[in-house]
Design a protein around this ligand. Structure first.
Ligand SMILES: [Fe+2]
Length: 365
């Protein structure tokens, strides 16, 4: 992404973006999420949402409680695709019983984000026990079996481009995570009941090929290397914050590929400088469709998947900004918790996403 030291000022602007904007109505217009070329735009009127949107692109929030999941009633079902393009698929799973089969994604890395439930992702490397707010990365080609202990809801991301940790250069090797906190599977002999044959589903896109084995193909006695599944819980992320300026969500990215960044929204203190803007700037995020699984707002559980297409301006509107300014004080906690997948290319909504849309919407991210 091209960057430059040449920043031009025209008309009335804030001296420092995001701080001391007074009566100016600031909008963040940037490439590459929030870390590419940028201009802060200062509007003459207070921010407002459009009174009407016509056409294929709109901000929408699907309610998971209204959904029917493909793997909920059918143990052999797959997670329900919600948004997708040729490089990235974002699906939702709600599974109560173990898959009768094994799975190997031969097209993409798979990232599970556990929303509710506990259980095991049994892999050929060993079992990964999970709980809410676990991220589980299953590399392309790893064989696994999802075995819930309690009904489990998960956001499931498939990325054709390899998923890697986001490099936060110059802040050292122990933040925002110490890699010692990762959950690495240990070799375990699975004591599952004997079966006449074991089905391995090879997933390539939406197509499935089944290979059948006379014996369970999980028989490793050891492994070594840097290609393996693992888990990371959100509570083990120590978010980067600043007392004097609100850091944009790009800086919170923890995993990424050439197609997307994975941005957790974590509990963290708000900015303490009374001149600094705490609420997100209005922004049109021209290079990222934001797809956020919203877990909590103001500490209250939420069960929703929001889609904020690139180019659509969003962020708290005038009334919300005024209400927040009236109560803002140092020590308060940020109010939105969840996990966003920011896709660099436009995502298509599936019929399942459209079917889960209520009339209400939010523009908080
Ligand atoms: Fe946003």
């Amino acid at each position: 992404m091209r960057n430059s030291w040449i920043h031009v000022h025209e008309g009335r602007t804030a001296r420092q973006a995001r701080v001391g904007v007074a009566d100016l109505n600031e909008e963040h217009y940037s490439r590459g999420g929030f870390f590419g070329p940028v201009s802060m735009l200062y509007h003459g009127r207070k921010p407002a949402d459009p009174v009407r949107v016509e056409g294929p692109i709109s901000i929408a929030v699907a309610l998971l409680g209204a959904m029917t999941f493909d793997d909920e009633s059918n143990p052999s079902g797959l997670p329900t695709e919600m948004l997708a393009n040729d490089e990235l698929t974002i699906a939702l799973s709600h599974r109560a019983v173990a898959t009768p089969h094994l799975v190997r994604n031969v097209d993409a890395d798979t990232l599970y984000f556990i929303h509710e439930g506990v259980g095991v992702v049994a892999t050929e490397f060993g079992p990964i026990e999970y709980e809410p707010e676990d991220l589980i990365l299953i590399p392309k080609g790893t064989t696994y079996r999802h075995m819930p202990t309690t009904p489990t809801t998960a956001k499931v991301v498939e990325s054709v481009a390899p998923i890697e940790f986001t490099e936060h250069r110059q802040i050292g090797r122990h933040s925002p995570i110490d890699f010692g906190v990762l959950g690495i599977p240990k070799i375990t002999e699975y004591d599952w009941p004997e079966q006449d044959e074991w089905e391995l589903k090879l997933k390539h896109g939406t197509e499935i090929t089944s290979a059948f084995y006379a014996e369970l193909p999980f028989d490793l006695v050891g492994w070594k290397g840097d290609l393996f599944p693992f888990k990371l819980n959100l509570r083990d992320i120590r978010p980067l914050t600043s007392e004097r300026i609100h850091l944009a969500p790009s800086s919170w990215s923890i995993l990424e590929s050439a197609s997307f960044m994975c941005v957790p929204f974590l509990p963290m203190s708000v900015v303490s400088d009374p001149e600094a803007e705490e609420l997100p700037t209005r922004h049109r995020n021209v290079d990222a469709d934001e797809v956020i699984l919203i877990r909590r707002v103001n500490g209250n559980p939420v069960n929703a998947l929001g889609h904020f297409p690139q180019g659509m301006t969003h962020g708290p509107a005038a009334a919300e900004r005024d209400a927040y300014a009236a109560v803002h004080e140092p020590g308060m906690q940020r109010m939105l918790e969840g996990l966003s997948i920011d896709s660099y290319r436009r995502l298509r909504r599936t019929p399942a996403f459209e079917a889960a849309l209520p009339s209400a919407k939010t523009d908080r991210t």
